[in-house]
Design a protein. Structure first.
Length: 80
């Protein structure tokens, strides 16, 4: 798939965003629910599952906006 097309960029960003959301989502949820609110693990798990989809959508939108900008900056820096 061509990464210059919308579909190619979308498919290329899906696994990256998935890894990012899982790592950041778990860290943030454990910190907020278990450490600050002192709730049990099951509450933490439910909070992670409830926030996974919204966090994934937001991260995917941000990745789709900034990935081409970062790619152009990397190509410009490589040519120098």
């Amino acid at each position: 798939m061509n990464p210059d097309t919308f579909l190619g960029a979308l498919v290329g960003n899906l696994p990256v965003v998935l890894i990012f959301v899982v790592v950041i989502g778990i860290i943030m949820t454990v910190f907020n629910v278990m450490i600050i609110a002192k709730q049990p693990f099951i509450v933490c798990l439910m909070a992670f599952l409830k926030t996974f989809i919204p966090l994934y959508v937001v991260c995917l939108i941000v990745a789709m906006i900034f990935a081409p900008i970062a790619l152009k900056a990397a190509m410009a820096a490589d040519k120098k």
